[in-house]
Design a protein around this ligand. Structure first.
Ligand SMILES: [Zn+2]
Length: 622
């Protein structure tokens, strides 16, 4: 231990974390979801054009068989088709032809890719107090997309594994006598499995920038007798390679006794010339079905982990090796055997590394990066002010999923993306991290059965079954107690009012948001009736959803941005938006997506693109 350094650093570290705070990393603001330049005509467009009976889904049926083989996609360079396409389409008809061609290429690509798909849905009812809908219940799906035989997804949370999927489905069907299936949401990555010009009427709408990408906007409607489940709505085609980058609408016509939901589906430029699905927002506000019942919900679907093959290259499944504990010691220059205590530590470290590697390989934990360091700064603040010297060093990682959870794996603290999104400020983050740090300080161990590498060789879908980092009640209580002690010595000591308020908000919303507040791998914020760190609630203000200036928790998706290709995370740095009404607070809630689209490696300003001949409408833009 180096006491001098330890004593000097608190201020430096705290200053660093305050800088983060100043750049609105953890400022008390509502996240910005709207694109800076554009209005949102598309949000309402489909419901105007779509027939009123087009509606929610029951596993949207697979449509026409896949189309003719497209060239094998290359992800390293822009493919030939793209280069050919970019030889400027000169008329509206040509734009349509190119877009159709690119969509076939897209379908071929998707068959080879197996991203993770997560859908989080909130059922809503109108709250007269704040004059806005609030969630009454929620549903969560997580799985891996497999389109090699139509749209399919292997659910991590499926009935055959943790039982979550089945429970949630049956629960929901009791309420609605209809089912939301993960497949219905996964389907929304596809506009039309067999997108052909002859099935549709295309109408030019305008030009528009989505982020920095100039797009040609068209309305698309299926022709009569062109088959069921065609796309009806609006599409945005980027004007260099003519890829569809966004489509907003529904499928039409729907088969008897089954419905389609409305959705707004976004693709991002993840490889040169390659645009892949990343974010889908879905919403129904007044959908009538069966005996006057109404469906009212909103849902976010996120895709990531497109490039997991690369992450996995170093640990092929065929190569099972069991490392001796000595080979992984941190102090590697030793010439002697490890002492029993050293060996025990090394053994635990091995279990920790195995689990983290595994979770990263299957796309559940982000690679090490910028946000880990922000979290680590807060942990360091705690360690330094409490004179803690923990070996091996405590690290932080981010779980890529939405449900609010945190846990420790050995000396690594893991916090979910959703948790980071909703925490109101840095002190609240410190509360969550300190609880986990307390587990480490108290020496609560990881189950070392995971130190045997072969125990990591289970299928992805069984992750939640095989890995469980939840603690028992006595360890939880001990950690809470220790954490309060640590916080009382820290710079966060007098700033914990919002942390307590956050816990009150969790308690208030828990009955409606069971899927969000349930933990999948670690500990939930609620354990039966007990709330984590509950003593912080004493003395904090009353949770009041009606007060516009009281921010207890933020909406989902406001802080952490995921690169869907390599799972790297970035903190979203947006200017704070002043909240004008209680309805805009939306604590823990789902909101529409408005990503700022960019071109990968785009150099210089956009080239001027041809104006479609048919309409002669003036281009819009910045
Ligand atoms: Zn705990």
């Amino acid at each position: 231990m180096k006491p001098k350094k330890m004593l000097r650093s608190p201020f430096a570290l705290f200053a660093l974390s305050m800088v983060c705070c100043a750049t609105s990393v953890f400022a008390q603001t509502s996240p910005v979801q709207t694109s800076p330049t554009e209005t949102t005509p598309a949000q309402t467009a489909p419901s105007q054009t779509a027939p009123s009976q087009a509606a929610p889904t029951q596993a949207a049926p697979t449509q026409a068989p896949p189309t003719q083989a497209a060239p094998a996609p290359q992800f390293s360079t822009r493919d030939a088709a793209a280069q050919q396409a970019s030889a400027a389409a000169s008329s509206f008809d040509q734009v349509v032809d190119r877009a159709v061609e690119r969509e076939h290429f897209f379908m071929a690509q998707m068959k080879q890719l197996h991203p993770l798909v997560e859908t989080y849905l909130q059922n809503l009812k109108e709250d007269k107090d704040i004059n806005a809908p609030v969630p009454t219940s929620d549903v969560y799906f997580l799985g891996r997309l497999d389109m090699s035989e139509g749209t399919d997804d292997r659910a991590f949370t499926s009935p055959t594994t943790a039982g979550l999927g089945k429970r949630m489905l049956s629960k929901l069907s009791n309420v609605y006598s209809m089912k939301f299936l993960p497949l219905g949401f996964a389907q929304m990555v596809i506009m039309d499995q067999d997108f052909q010009r002859r099935y549709y009427d295309f109408t030019f709408v305008r030009r528009e920038f989505l982020g920095e990408v100039r797009c040609i906007v068209m309305d698309v409607a299926p022709k009569k007798n062109s088959g069921k489940g065609r796309f009806l709505g609006r599409i945005w085609i980027e004007d260099q390679d003519y890829n569809i980058v966004r489509f907003n609408g529904t499928y039409y016509p729907h088969p008897r006794a089954s419905y389609y939901l409305h959705f707004d589906s976004w693709r991002q430029n993840l490889r040169p010339g390659v645009w892949l699905p990343s974010l889908i927002y879905s919403e129904e506000s007044d959908l009538k079905y069966r005996l006057g019942q109404t469906l009212h919900y909103k849902a976010q679907t996120r895709l990531w982990g497109y490039n997991l093959k690369d992450l996995r290259r170093n640990s092929e499944f065929t190569e099972i090796t069991v490392d001796a504990p000595q080979s992984v010691q941190d102090q590697s220059q030793k010439t002697q055997d490890a002492t029993p205590i050293e060996a025990q530590r090394a053994w635990e470290r091995q279990a920790e590394i195995n689990v983290l590697d595994r979770l990263q390989q299957i796309g559940l934990i982000a690679p090490e990066g910028e946000i880990d360091k922000v979290l680590q700064t807060v942990v360091n603040n705690m360690m330094v002010t409490n004179n803690l010297d923990i070996q091996p060093e405590v690290k932080c990682r981010v779980l890529l999923t939405t449900p609010l959870e945190s846990f420790t794996i050995g000396h690594t603290i893991v916090v979910s993306r959703g948790m980071i999104d909703v925490l109101p400020d840095e002190a609240a983050l410190a509360m969550i991290l300190t609880h986990e740090l307390a587990h480490i300080v108290l020496g609560h161990h990881l189950n070392t059965k995971l130190a045997f590498n072969d125990r990591m060789f289970f299928p992805d879908e069984r992750t939640f079954e095989r890995m469980d980092f939840a603690r028992d009640r006595s360890e939880e209580e001990a950690a809470d107690k220790k954490a309060i002690e640590l916080l009382n010595n820290s710079p966060y000591k007098d700033k914990l009012g919002n942390a307590g308020l956050f816990l009150k908000a969790v308690q208030a919303r828990a009955p409606a948001l069971k899927s969000l507040i349930r933990a999948h791998l670690g500990d939930s914020l609620l354990n039966g009736n007990a709330t984590k760190m509950s003593s912080l609630m004493t003395g904090s203000p009353q949770f009041d959803p009606k007060k516009a200036d009281q921010i207890a928790a933020l909406p989902l998706g406001g802080r952490v941005k995921v690169d869907p290709w390599n799972n790297q995370l970035e903190l979203i740095k947006t200017k704070p938006v002043a909240i004008t009404a209680a309805a805009e607070k939306m604590p823990f809630e789902v909101t529409p997506f408005f990503p700022f689209l960019t071109r990968l490696g785009a150099a210089g300003p956009e080239k001027a693109a041809p104006v479609p001949e048919k309409t002669g409408a003036a281009p819009t833009g910045r």
